[in-house]
Design a protein around this ligand. Structure first.
Ligand code: TYM
Length: 333
């Protein structure tokens, strides 16, 4: 059955292995299925919920688009654009904010994590960020949203908002209720320095993540320095309980190699972490280095990237513009 796919990635620099394994790798697979309609958005309006440097933001928008293409997304078979170029996203976000109870937003754990202790100082944008995300998704009649595990709660909110709009305005099925596509395994890649912390762009330690622009030497060095524990690698999954760093490294190996954890444990059970690290560095460099080389090449071709984003925005505008006009009519504007 054909799917309407929509997903987004923030252009905040340092796209990493978590973004790749949790999301972008799945975008590529979904884009390969002929019957799917795919829209991949560089969510620059989301990025400014935290202060951005003006010149850097522009570069990061291009780099995110380059990462999509370098990873294998075909720009001729999908729409790639940046969010700020299609006005309907911000407009839809306002309309949906007016019908979303604060209580729903107060439950969002990512806001609590990002705002930290001093939440009075966090921007209102950061607080209502999941509503902009709902607007992104709902404007395209999206059926499926591929994301990493950390976005699960935001997708549940999107579903609730769609249903509430349809009920409040008595327009059954106008906003389509989307399904999340979250891989059962390996959808939350953890920091290389702390197996209990998510791999993240904002971690001050660059050793905590593999960036998609890292060189071969960077990758080898980071895997060498990755935290482990002092036991051998087990053969059975249940022996991985309370060993978060081992789970993470074995999970990364399995995900990159497209194999189950059981198979990876068969391969490494009884061996030392040094053996796993050697092979892990190799599979990672084999996968990431060609992507990294291609990103660096594409970034130098600003004209090419800008053209893809421009064409993508024009196609996106056609779909989202129509939906927002219908939405406004339903409301009574
Ligand atoms: P963002 O930019 O933080 O992350 C982009 C994608 O990468 C996934 N991801 C991870 N997956 C596994 N392990 C990790 N350590 C990891 N870190 C990040 C995220 O789950 C995400 O899929 N709000 C979204 C962007 C967004 C969006 C949307 C997504 C805006 N509008 C509409 C889907 C649909 C975000 O900040 O992702």
């Amino acid at each position: 059955m054909s799917k309407k796919i929509f997903s987004g990635v923030q252009p905040t620099g340092n796209l990493h292995l978590g973004n790749f394994l949790g999301a972008i790798k799945n975008f590529v697979d979904l884009n390969k299925e002929k019957e799917n309609e795919c829209i991949f958005c560089v969510v620059d309006l989301h990025a400014i919920t935290i202060k951005q440097d003006k010149g850097q933001l522009q570069n990061n928008i291009r780099e995110t688009a380059a990462t999509f293409i370098a990873s294998g997304i075909d720009p001729n078979k999908s729409i790639i654009f940046n969010q700020s170029k299609v006005q309907a996203h911000a407009e839809g976000s306002w309309i949906l904010s007016c019908m979303s109870p604060m209580g729903w937003l107060n439950r969002m754990t990512q806001f609590k994590e990002k705002a930290g202790k001093d939440k009075e100082k966090a921007s209102v944008g950061l607080y209502i960020y999941p509503i902009l995300m709902a607007s992104d998704i709902l404007l395209y009649d999206t059926t499926h949203v591929p994301v990493g595990e950390d976005q699960k709660q935001h997708l549940e909110l999107t579903r609730d908002i769609a249903q509430k709009f349809n009920k409040d305005f008595n327009c059954e099925d106008f906003l389509k209720v989307p399904e999340p596509l979250i891989k059962k395994k390996f959808s939350r890649i953890m920091s290389l320095k702390d197996g209990l912390k998510k791999m993240s762009k904002s971690d001050p330690s660059d050793l905590s993540r593999i960036n998609l622009t890292d060189t071969k030497d960077d990758i080898i060095n980071k895997i060498k320095k990755a935290k482990t524990d002092s036991f051998a690698i087990p053969s059975e999954e249940h022996d991985l309980i309370d060993r978060p760093e081992a789970v993470n490294l074995l999970g990364i190996y399995s995900s990159i190699s497209n194999q189950t954890l059981v198979k990876t444990l068969e391969e490494f059970g009884g061996k030392n972490f040094s053996d796993l690290k050697k092979d892990l560095a190799e599979v990672l460099t084999n996968k990431i280095s060609p992507i990294s080389d291609e990103i660096k090449k594409l970034i130098n071709d600003k004209g090419y990237l800008d053209n893809i984003l421009k064409q993508g925005a024009s196609k996106a505008e056609e779909i989202a513009g129509k939906k927002i006009r219908e939405m406004k009519k339903i409301i009574g504007f």
